[in-house]
Design a binder for this molecule. Structure first.
Ligand code: N01
Length: 506
């Protein structure tokens, strides 16, 4: 391959969300300063930049949903709203001194392994259409699983004549006041949107395909004195973080091995329904028919009361089609709609970035995943794709705790891999197929007794073959232990002379 190279760098990071920014900061700290972070948006923040819908907030407490190396004593609430989280990421990025290496408004079109050069040849295009070709020793993908909105495949939706947008692409130019609004979906995004817009709109139809479990939200505002204590009392913020971490970690056992333990918690969720909904028919309609935990457990005090409001209808009859002016359900009823919000989730089980990455054998990673199932060793490396590392890769998602914990674990593993490569003068590292397959088999075997498999629901955690390729089926501290240091024995390495040799376990 003889592509003209515009710029050679050691490392190219894709995406500037929590994952890509963490990679940039830790690369810099490790002395790996020759890198670029390519980000298609015009700012850092990833999903927290994109999801600006009314009511957007994190359902993991902020003391834990933040970098361990950048504690923030100024969170206003225990579950911070989106603008605060975005501002936090912006501040950490600014203060990190790495922003000079961020290339914003630029998409990665193609990343192709060039065996002759032992480099990734990465082509990018900026907003003005200007193309740049990089040669990079490694590529680190921080393009997460919640980056590509999934639009519902509903007959006639393209003919809708009113305003239509996805929850992750909220159109703030559309004033909802006095409008007839329909929201399709009742997942984590929808249950935040519905109570936020219900008081404003003339009428709200919420289209529910599957009722979610919704627990009360124990949120509170931090008083000034508590914030001052968090700032000044040594170790206090760390203590908060630890307490939240272990509280969350207590969900691992019921999720992964003993789903029946969640029975009493399910009763609390039912009490939340009784508290929020007065109408018995509506209560029955919002009561889930699967075991709690099978889909993400949601938290809200305001969702049920918003459904119970006079101007809201919960529609459970399946959608038949969308017309230019409304939605028709299977029973033939047409409900008029001015603004249609699709809160229908993301392409999670396909990792869209994989369509743009071409490995050693000349096929895309998406094609490989299609054949073998989406899988990566420790969620990070894939055979056939040397020097490619994922942050938030396959089977690293969580249903109960902070993704930032997983991100920091993976970034530590990657920076240790880079240190190992430098120390031993390895040009490439590539996980062996046998190691990766054994890891995958172990993950899938551990998946069998989990509530995600046995709970009686269909969810985006599972791929088209019914395999859970998104979540981590063990404790997060186990993941941390597995990624603490780079296990070079699991990898085939090449020296810069291009001779391949297997590193035999010591
Ligand atoms: O998406 P979802 P989301 N016709 O996929 C329904 C994170 N997140 O954007 O359940 C009708 O959960 C679908 O129905 P069903 C978090 O990880 C975090 O809400 O498949 N309905 C479901 O109700 C979360 O898990 C926060 O039967 C259709 C909904 O749309 C992830 O993002 C906040 C349909 C989609 O729910 C995604 O959440 C928000 C169709 N054709 C999001 N297609 C935090 O607080 C889909 N649905 C951290």
């Amino acid at each position: 391959m003889t592509s003209a190279i515009d710029r050679a760098v050691d490392h190219l990071v894709i995406g500037a969300g929590f994952a890509g920014l963490c990679a940039a900061i830790k690369l810099d700290e490790a002395g790996e300063r020759d890198f670029v972070v390519v980000e298609r948006g015009s700012d850092v923040g990833g999903t927290w930049r994109d999801n600006t819908y009314p009511g957007a907030a994190c359902d993991v407490p902020s003391q834990l949903y933040s970098y361990s190396f950048a504690p923030n004593p100024d969170w206003s609430m225990s579950f911070s709203p989106q603008p605060e989280i975005h501002a936090y990421i912006q501040r950490v990025a600014r203060e990190s001194g790495t922003l000079d290496r961020f290339v914003l408004d630029t998409s990665v079109d193609d990343a192709r392994w060039d065996a002759g050069r032992q480099r990734w040849i990465v082509t990018t295009t900026d907003r003005a259409g200007h193309r740049t070709t990089y040669a990079a020793r490694t590529v680190i993908s921080g393009a997460g699983g919640l980056s590509e909105p999934k639009l519902p495949d509903i007959e006639g939706i393209e003919s809708f004549g009113g305003e239509l947008f996805h929850s992750a692409r909220w159109n703030h130019d559309v004033d909802l006041t006095g409008k007839r609004v329909a929201v399709i979906g009742t997942g984590a995004s929808s249950i935040q949107i519905v109570p936020a817009i219900q008081p404003q709109v003339a009428h709200l139809d919420v289209y529910q395909r599957t009722a979610p479990w919704v627990m009360p939200r124990h949120d509170r505002r931090y008083p000034a004195i508590e914030k001052a204590a968090l700032r000044h009392v040594p170790g206090l913020q760390k203590l908060y973080r630890e307490a939240i971490y272990w509280g969350r970690e207590s969900y691992v056992l019921p999720f992964t091995r003993k789903p029946a333990i969640l029975g009493p918690v399910q009763q609390l969720a039912k009490a939340n329904i009784r508290k929020g909904v007065s109408d018995p028919t509506l209560r029955a309609a919002v009561t889930p028919d699967f075991r709690m935990g099978c889909k993400r457990i949601l938290i809200s005090n305001a969702y049920y009361p918003a459904l119970d409001a006079d101007n809201t209808d919960l529609v459970t009859d399946p959608i038949a089609r969308v017309t230019p002016s409304g939605i028709v359900t299977r029973d033939g009823t047409e409900r008029p709609v001015d603004v249609l919000v699709v809160a229908t989730g993301f392409h999670t089980t396909e990792l869209p970035i994989t369509e743009h990455i071409v490995g050693r054998a000349g096929h895309t990673l998406a094609e490989q995943f299609d054949a073998t199932g989406m899988s990566a060793y420790k969620g990070t490396t894939v055979p056939g794709f040397p020097n490619l590392f994922f942050v938030v890769g396959p089977n690293t998602g969580l249903g109960h705790s902070s993704m930032v914990f997983m991100i920091e674990s993976q970034v530590a593993y990657i920076t240790d891999a880079l240190r190992t490569m430098r120390e031993h003068d390895y040009a490439t590292v590539e996980v062996t197929e046998a190691t990766e397959r054994a890891f995958h088999a172990d993950v899938q075997q551990r998946m069998q007794p989990t509530v995600w498999h046995t709970g009686g629901c269909a969810s985006w955690y599972l791929d088209k073959h019914g395999h859970n390729t998104t979540l981590w089926p063990r404790a997060t501290f186990t993941f941390r232990a597995l990624t603490r240091s780079f296990d070079v024995a699991a990898y085939a390495v090449t020296a810069p002379t291009h001779t391949t040799r297997e590193v035999v376990p010591a």
